[in-house]
Design a protein around this ligand. Sequence first.
Ligand code: HEM
Length: 160
Amino acid sequence: MSYTRRETGRGIGGAAASAPGPSIAPSAGTHLMPGASTSRITLKPGYSQMDWMRRSKRENLRGDDGDRDGESWKTRVIDDEELGRHATRDDCWIALRGRVYNLTGYVDYHPGGEKILEQTYGKDATALFDKYHKYVNGEYIMAATQVGIRPGYVPDSDSE
Ligand code: HEM
């Protein structure tokens, strides 16, 4: 498999920060207008994307198994077998565009909910990620949780 660089840069959620129309008070974690078609769920208070970004700056979200040795997460190659060993709600890793992330801490912050993520635990989630929201900057949101890379992945020298 080859991994191509993609342009990102639409901010945290990737979507527009405000919608046209009358001013409304948004509920936690959503910017959508009432009546808009969506599979977003209502997140618990304190679980917005901003809350996540704040938390990911403070805590080690790679987990013990992903943070064994300083900066090993940049180069540690994780094969299918190891990825597949992290496939439960309490210990879930996913691969996205050649990098492997510990998703465990993010699940409660995911605007699309927990249920839909389950099928991707311990697997490569790139196709489903792109199906639902190619525009979301997953690499940025998940940066603090990276535990390794996939076989064949060559990190960009300017993005590490
Ligand atoms: C790295 C992992 C992921 C991150 C950081 C992430 C992030 C996000 C964000 C920021 C949104 C809100 C999008 C918006 O504001 O329009 C969202 C919504 C959503 N996500 Fe994810 N996501 C991830 C993985 C996935 C995966 C693997 C799936 C599918 C299996 C998925 C399915 C959805 C769905 C269905 C929504 C709701 C879309 C809507 O109807 O508005 N996500 N996600």
